[in-house]
Design a protein. Structure first.
Ligand code: 13P
Length: 255
C-alpha cells in the first residue's frame, strides 16, 4: 500500500502478561516479524515486563514502549516511573493519555501535556491518545473533545518536538467493545486532527506526524482502516496479546 507516511503498528498490552508470558509472546513476534522494515512496529508491555522484553528486542525491528510515565525527574512519588527509567530499559516510545488513564486515573489534558513534554525532553517518542466517549459522539461533541485533547495536550511544543509525536485516535466507544469506527469515521477525525496539528505548528510538520487509529483493530479490519489517507497505523489492544493476530494485522496492512 502506497502511503504518505510509514505505517506504525503498536501493541498496547495494558495490564496483561507475566514476565514468562511476555517473553513467550515477544519471542514469537521476533520470529514472525523478522526483517520487516516497511512498517514500524512496537510493543508496550506492563512496567514489570519492560526490562526482559527490552533485552530480547534490543537491535531488532520491534521497538519497545511504556504505557505511561510521570513527569518529575526523580524523588518521592510512590508508584511512579519517569522517562529516564523507561529509556534505561530500552524504551523508544511511551503511551500518554490513554482513555483508560483519563477515565480511571484522573489523567487530564494538563497532565498529558506535562507527560508529553517530559517524554520529549528525555528523547522518548510519545504516543498521545485522544478520542471521544459514546455520549460525546452522540451529542455531536466529537470535534470539540478531540480539539481540546490535541490543542491542550500538545500545547507549547516546538515544531521539531511535534514531529516526534504520534497521535492515537481512539474513540472510547470502540475500545474493547468489538465496535470499530468505520474507515470513513476514522478518516474524518484523522483529517481534523491533522488540521489542528497545522494550527499548532505548520502544514509541513502536520504532514509528517503519524496518526494511528485504535479501537477493536483486528486482522479483518486493519487493511481497510489503513487504506484511508490520514490513517497511518494502529494502536492495537486485545489483538496484540496473541502473536497470531498481531502478526496477521501487520501482514495485512503491508498488502
Ligand atoms: P482494543 O484493541 O482492545 O479495542 O484496545 C484499543 C486500545 O485501547 C489500544 O490502546
Amino acid at each position: 500500500m502506497e502511503k504518505a507516511r510509514k505505517l506504525f503498528i503498536a501493541g498496547n498490552w495494558k495490564m496483561n502478561k507475566t514476565v514468562a508470558e511476555a517473553t513467550d509472546l515477544v519471542k514469537a513476534l521476533k520470529r514472525d516479524l523478522a526483517g520487516i522494515r516497511d512498517v514500524d512496529i512496537a510493543v508496550c508491555p506492563p512496567f514489570t515486563a519492560l526490562y526482559p522484553v527490552g533485552q530480547l528486542l534490543d537491535n531488532t525491528n520491534i521497538k519497545l514502549g511504556g504505557q505511561d510515565l510521570y513527569w518529575e525527574k526523580f524523588g518521592a512519588f510512590t508508584g511512579e516511573v519517569n522517562a529516564a527509567m523507561l529509556k534505561d530499559v530500552l524504551c523508544t516510545y511511551v503511551i500518554v493519555g490513554h482513555s483508560e488513564r483519563r477515565q480511571f486515573f484522573h489523567e487530564t489534558n494538563e497532565t498529558v501535556n506535562k507527560k508529553t513534554k517530559a517524554a520529549l525532553a528525555a528523547r522518548l517518542k510519545p504516543i498521545v491518545c485522544v478520542g471521544e466517549t459514546l455520549a460525546e459522539r452522540e451529542s455531536g461533541k466529537t470535534e470539540a473533545v478531540v480539539q481540546e485533547h490535541v490543542l491542550k495536550g500538545l500545547a507549547g511544543l516546538s515544531a521539531e518536538d511535534l514531529a516526534e509525536v504520534t497521535i492515537a485516535y481512539e474513540p472510547v466507544w470502540a475500545i474493547g467493545t468489538g465496535k470499530t469506527a468505520t474507515s470513513q469515521q476514522a478518516q474524518e477525525v484523522h483529517a481534523f486532527i491533522r488540521k489542528l496539528l497545522a494550527q499548532l505548528s505548520d502544514a509541513k510538520t502536520a504532514a509528517r506526524v503519524r496518526i494511528q487509529y485504535g479501537g477493536s483493530v483486528k486482522p479483518s479490519n486493519a487493511h481497510e482502516l489503513m487504506s484511508q489517507p490520514d490513517v497511518d497505523g494502529a494502536l492495537v489492544g486485545g489483538a496484540s496479546l496473541t502473536a497470531r493476530d498481531f502478526v496477521e494485522i501487520i501482514q495485512n496492512v503491508r498488502k
